[in-house]
Design a binder for this molecule. Structure first.
Ligand SMILES: [Fe+2]
Length: 300
């Protein structure tokens, strides 16, 4: 495949992937991102791979997220006036999208000496959003390039180590926990603001909080994600720290005690297959969480 992703020489240092940077792509007229093709994709996928809702705010209470009253396919076809937000999860189950995801991450890896775009657990998301729509403040537990395909977006982005923006507890992962983070207007003073046009892309580091506002046109974005051994270690620590907090033992920052962190990661590797077996056995994530941790009031 021709080169479709362009990394500026010098933008990726040896300390990556830890800092945001911008890059360019050639996908803005790609047929896989026409609304017609995306409507067919949304209609072809199981309901749990297509999430969508009506208008929300950056501080949206997840329990009050409004529905838009339409089907997934109709939402895409009417996105201009639908006042809606949609994410299509794992479009790579369709071989055409899989080929594109792999080409993008392979090309990033090639251009960065394999520092970025690694081969673990590649996955994509496609965001289809109405003019002016908002993606509330959240963080993502994977490395992520956001490629702007159509329309414009403004992203506000913070370092996940900035405890003025998100506490260690807020960033910890827990089965069933909603992704939205608490947001206040005054956060904006310390944000990195990125304006994205079609053809622009941005790297969003692991766990870095961000929220996104569309410009005044329909927006389509392609998010391509992957893991490394280090990101998987960080994610495991985050789950274990959340579990320990819930039974009354809140933990210090990740990496403050490498030996103890290693024990926690080993505990995760032991417990996770047991948890997955219990979940399969009881057939319900909420019941499995309750069996493991004894309380479920924060799981949504
Ligand atoms: Fe995100």
């Amino acid at each position: 495949m021709n080169r479709i992703i362009h990394v500026e020489p010098g933008s990726v240092g040896k300390d990556m992937p830890t800092r945001t940077f911008r890059l360019r792509h050639d996908l803005k007229d790609h047929p896989l991102f026409s609304l017609e093709r995306l409507a067919r994709l949304a209609a072809s996928l199981p309901a749990d791979q297509v999430e969508f809702n009506g208008p929300v705010e950056p501080h949206q209470d997840p329990t009050l997220t409004p529905s838009n009253g339409m089907s997934a396919e109709e939402t895409v076809r009417r996105i201009e006036e639908a006042k809606s937000w949609m994410v299509i999860k794992s479009p790579e189950v369709d071989p055409e999208y899989k080929e594109l995801l792999d080409a993008c991450l392979d090309q990033v890896a090639e251009q960065t000496g394999q520092v970025m775009g690694g081969a673990h657990r590649r996955s994509a998301f496609i965001f289809v959003t109405s003019p002016g729509n908002v993606t509330p403040l959240h963080m993502d537990p994977e490395y992520n390039f956001l490629l702007q395909i159509r329309g414009t977006k403004r992203m506000s982005l913070w370092d996940h180590k900035d405890r003025n923006i998100a506490s260690a507890e807020a960033l910890e992962l827990f089965p069933g926990k909603h992704r939205n983070l608490p947001y206040r207007e005054e956060f904006e003073a310390s944000a990195t603001h990125q304006h994205l046009e079609p053809g622009d892309a941005i790297f969003v580091p692991l766990f870095d909080p961000h929220w996104v506002k569309n410009g005044d046109a329909v927006s389509v974005s392609f998010s391509i994600t992957w893991h490394t051994d280090e990101s998987e270690r960080q994610v495991k620590l985050s789950y274990i720290n959340a579990a320990l907090r819930r039974i009354g033992f809140p933990q210090g920052e990740a990496d403050a005690n490498p030996v103890w962190d290693g024990i926690k990661v080993a505990a995760y590797d032991t417990l996770r297959p047991i948890y997955d077996t219990v979940k399969r056995f009881v057939g319900d994530r909420q019941k499995a969480v309750k069996l493991f941790f004894g309380k479920t009031e924060n799981a949504i």
